[in-house]
Design a protein around this ligand. Structure first.
Ligand SMILES: [Zn+2]
Length: 458
């Protein structure tokens, strides 16, 4: 049995049935955790103070991460009682195209440029490239303290079957460390063809999800209700969950979501449905937005917000600083009872030039991106328990006696500390400390994608 030093943990990540002192102003409680055989064995109130007989947090192994660095310098408060979370969940990524933006850049940062570069890269995509991107991404995410990811996979064209083979092999290799869910992303019309139906059967038998793009990427067009309905019926028939890229747009507010809600109200679908993006919904006026949020809640449709890609691509007018920033209206959706998550989406590909498979960075940015406050239950849920519910994971991320001994211990003593700078961190999984993130691996590759920057050594 191992007793950890006192940790400051959000009350919403601790079993509500365990009597503990009231949370402080930051929603944190100082607790002592005991673990053994990979599980939490005891959760007790703790007093702060230097641990003497306890197994310390192994902060001093920074050399493992970066041989050129010295000992980790932590504020005394962070060393005595660090802030700790449970591992995070990234509910929407694209492993198959990660880091492809260097070779296939989209320097203007437009939707049209992203799609064109994506298609150019897709025509040359190989299973080896997907395997290398996926492996590198999962290694980073795991070391960053992520425990599950859902990746969309471009699933039309010659590269599709090789991409699936590569990612299915990675899913198997990483099982037990990271849960990887895979979504077949194809144009809506593909699911009405015999080839699409055959793909859907293969995806369903492999435990994957069906995906499509519903929305007006570039120009006004009529929505094909029949195609969307066909996808719903196919998914229902196969028992295969759906995750849609829907309303990733700064026009025609929530047209795709309204179509989906109408179809589901007319004929329910028995599989879980996730709506990724839902960006243009934010452009609705308050009353229709609230009504649509209520309908989505009643239909048990979940929403994944993807703020980085949305804020980068949407509302763009050359020469204008945008004031309209369409992104999923998380706060109104939560108020209506919709399960929501915030996820990374694109990492250094034509759709977004940044990112590092680090959900903690996304949590640090949340106050700026969507004015969410991580010290509130609703501010934290989209990264941990809400995302876990959306991915139907067996553990909701709340620490109980018998839950996994999984923690992300931060070199921060408060939320303000966390927002101030990217902290050192140590990740505990099943009672064992993982190697820390490797800066060299995180920055691997030369950043040459944008004109004028030249090449910057990693
Ligand atoms: Zn996406």
């Amino acid at each position: 049995m191992t007793l950890l030093p006192p940790l400051r943990i959000p009350r919403c990540l601790l079993d509500p049935a365990i009597p503990l002192p009231p949370a402080d102003r930051e929603g944190l409680v100082l607790v002592s955790l005991e673990h053994g055989e990979g599980q939490i064995r005891a959760i007790r109130p703790a007093r702060s103070g230097p641990p003497s007989t306890l197994a310390p947090i192994p902060w001093g192994t920074s050399a493992e991460a970066d041989p050129t660095s010295g000992p980790i310098d932590l504020p005394p408060q962070a060393r005595e009682a660090p802030l700790a979370l449970t591992p995070l969940v990234d509910a929407h990524v694209h492993l198959d195209k990660a880091w492809s933006g260097d070779a296939f850049p989209n320097p203007a940062g437009t939707m049209a440029g992203a799609l064109a570069a994506n298609l150019d890269e897709l025509a040359l995509r190989t299973p080896e490239a997907v395997l290398e991107r996926g492996e590198r991404a999962l290694e980073l995410a795991w070391r960053h303290g992520c425990r599950a990811l859902r990746s969309h996979v471009d699933s039309l064209g010659p590269a599709a079957s090789g991409s699936w083979e590569a990612l299915l092999s990675l899913r198997q290799r990483w099982a037990g460390r990271l849960e990887l869910q895979l979504v077949a992303l194809a144009p809506l019309i593909h699911w009405t063809s015999p080839e699409g139906e055959a793909l859907a059967r293969r995806v369903a038998s492999g435990g994957g999800l069906l995906g499509a793009v519903v929305g007006p990427p570039f120009a006004r067009r009529s929505y094909d209700r029949e195609r969307l309905n066909a996808l719903l019926r196919l998914s229902d028939q196969l028992g295969c969950a759906i995750d849609l890229h829907i309303d990733e747009s700064d026009r025609l507010p929530a047209l795709g979501l309204r179509q989906l809600a109408e179809l589901l109200e007319r004929q329910p679908c028995g599989v879980p449905i996730t709506c990724s993006h839902a960006s243009s919904m934010a452009l609705l006026a308050d009353a229709p937005l609230a009504r649509l949020a209520d309908r989505l809640a009643a239909l048990e449709v979940g929403v994944v917000a993807l703020p980085l890609t949305n804020l980068w691509l949407l509302g763009k007018r050359e020469g204008h600083t945008p004031w309209r920033r369409p992104q999923a209206p998380l706060q109104q959706l939560q108020a209506a009872g919709v399960t929501v998550a915030v996820a990374s989406d694109n990492v250094r590909d034509p759709w977004y030039p940044g990112g590092d498979f680090d959900p903690l960075e996304l949590l640090r940015l949340a106050p700026l991106l969507s004015q969410q406050r991580p010290w509130q239950r609703r501010g934290l849920a989209p990264f941990i328990s809400g995302a876990a519910r959306l991915l139907d994971l067996p553990w909701d991320g709340v620490l109980r006696v018998g839950s996994p001994a999984d923690l992300v211990v931060l070199g921060s003593s408060s939320w303000g500390d966390l927002l101030a700078r990217t902290p050192q961190r140590r990740v505990l999984r099943a009672g064992r400390w993982l190697p820390p993130p490797r800066p060299a691996a995180a920055g691997a590759g030369r950043f040459t994608g944008l004109p004028g920057l030249g090449s910057v050594a990693p």
